[in-house]
Design a binder for this molecule. Sequence first.
Ligand SMILES: NC(=O)c1ccc[n+]([C@@H]2O[C@H](COP(=O)([O-])OP(=O)(O)OC[C@H]3O[C@@H](n4cnc5c(N)ncnc54)[C@H](O)[C@@H]3O)[C@@H](O)[C@H]2O)c1
Length: 257
Amino acid sequence: MTKRLVDKIAVVTGGASGLGKQIVSHFEQQGAIVYCTDINPAGAKTASDHVTFVQHDVSDEDAWQQLILEVQSRHQGLDILINNAGIGDGLGPSGPEDTSWQEWQHIMSTNAGGVFLGCKHAIPLMRQSGGGAIVNISSIAALVATPFLTAYGASKAAVWQMTRSVAVHCAKDKIRCNSVHPGQIETPMLEGLFADVAAEANATEDQIREEFLKRIPQGEFGTANDIADAVLFLASDEARHITGAQLSVDGGMSAHP
Ligand SMILES: NC(=O)c1ccc[n+]([C@@H]2O[C@H](COP(=O)([O-])OP(=O)(O)OC[C@H]3O[C@@H](n4cnc5c(N)ncnc54)[C@H](O)[C@@H]3O)[C@@H](O)[C@H]2O)c1
């Protein structure tokens, strides 16, 4: 089968863990040249001919400028940006009355600010390359109420809305922008959420896991592979006429009241 991203230059943020790590692996297998970035190098895939790791904080505008300059000087273009890096709410209660202002700002600047900066600095280089594809990782938390994850849900709704603005802004430049909305996917982030909720509810993590499972119509958690497959499709030329779209990968959760 023909590889789907041969010679495409891609940046994947948050590529050292969970979903990002699988996206990097999918892209490498499909022939892309990948810049895997993360604030934390631990766990990142070992560099290869096709993968370069860059330590990078998505909420730091200078770091974005440096990264894009590096890609430009080495490859003269950029085809794909996957804005995947993100954080959950901190430990403890995260409802509207409990979230601290510092926590709100931290989550918004990483999850929404990081996507904004990525789009802002990648678009000019993509335009220069004749077009490209941006995929922003939002969440089911953008689509349903999240009273226990107030700031997180708001940050992911911002990503969803921003995606559509970028899509329309860039449509004439042949730059596509879409959002992927994972449901509950087995990664370190979901394990952290189980631990937090269990501590708050005075329950075991296994009990919380069972409770979460009941909310998924398909009756199983998603895998990083499920998300990477969806991202690969949207990043590839097979999705050439798709922009401004929201793709939920959630086992039916967002379709279920
Ligand atoms: N796992 C899920 O169930 C789920 C559901 C919905 C949405 N998501 C979203 O998917 C994305 C990936 O989540 P995951 O489950 O793989 O989590 P994860 O914690 O396994 O990985 C997230 C990665 O982002 C990196 N990161 C955090 N802050 C950063 C920053 N400021 N700059 C650069 N990198 C940073 C972390 O170091 C980590 O490697 C996130 O945006 C998350 O909100 C995950």
